[in-house]
Design a protein around this ligand. Sequence first.
Ligand SMILES: [Zn+2]
Length: 393
Amino acid sequence: MTTAEIQGNRLIVPHENWRSKKIYAYCPSCDDVFGVPKGESLNCTGCRRACRDVFEHLVERINTIWRFFEHMRVQDGPFGLFRESDYPNPWSLQATYRALETRWSLVEYGFEEPYTPWQIDEWVQTILSYAHPESGLIEEPFAAEQTNRSQEFFGTMYNLSNRLAEVFKNMDKPDVYRVPLQQLQHYDHLTSRQSTLDFLVRDLWHTNPWGMGAQTSYQVDRHERILHETNQPDDGMVALVHHWLDEHQDPQTGYWFGGKATMNTSACGAYKLICWLYRTRNWKINHLEKIVDTTLGLQTPRGDFGDNGYSCRVWDPMLLLKVGMDRLGDYRQEEIFDAAARVFLNVIDHWSDEEHTFTQDKSKPARILDLMQWAVVLYIGEFLLGVPIFGNE
Ligand SMILES: [Zn+2]
């Protein structure tokens, strides 16, 4: 019996144990979410119809998601290769990675899976068989051939290999694969004061604060790992990045730059910096109340935070609110719970009962990439139920 079977689904929690003061339910007639104080019956505040809570709706749908997995899994050949609907090749390592990661997470949260331990092991071995003897990266053969193993190809495979290493670690298989050190060093820009400033001072912050936020976090992670793995002392480059970021935060919004980008893109950029750098390193987060105010102000009636957001465009702003809730105590807490519950509408608006999965665009076949929306469900669970996703402070 697996841990999941003993515990049941972790998203089904008795109402008295919810973390929020209200219980949030969905009314299919009104197509809206509403909250009622704990202990009261879940009658729609609009039409009085008796309703079920938002997690019952989610779990019922997601229980069928394995049908989508099997639809996308390559049925002959070694076990564990997945295709992607908008990718021309017979399978894709990106899709295979995404399926493996989502499968792991679903099982962790108590969804019963159709796969055996033997199949999971073969799935991992199938992926490892594409580790290239020269680069040490896990390389997709179709993309290698089509790009002639270009610089861009290596960048993509480097990111993919890192993510796979992370999933193997989550699956308690940390020793099956490591990204080689020389690959880390190849992408390090924080090698001197000048190169660090050259990396930071870029117009790209204004047009793509999301991309710059992510790249900056990656650079710091990578540089710290190199220093650690080569036994070098701290060279002050991370502190330089930290100082530069503090200086460039906008005190009006709590975000960084933007102006030429949408507010949603700026929120996603702030998330990368706040959650991947400031929070993990325990740096003081300035203007946190402004961050909460700005982010709450972005939410739309259908639960996204601008730009018709989906997956990371939704959870990035959500997690800014989460950091606010963890660090600011009661500050706008009820509104934050309401906002998290409203995100439920974004999830069901992007769920396909026909395909048994999430989908960004219902006019096209669902993609494996769309499984990223599953994380949005987890984050709703963390807000309202206290189901841990990342370390709380
Ligand atoms: Zn109703």
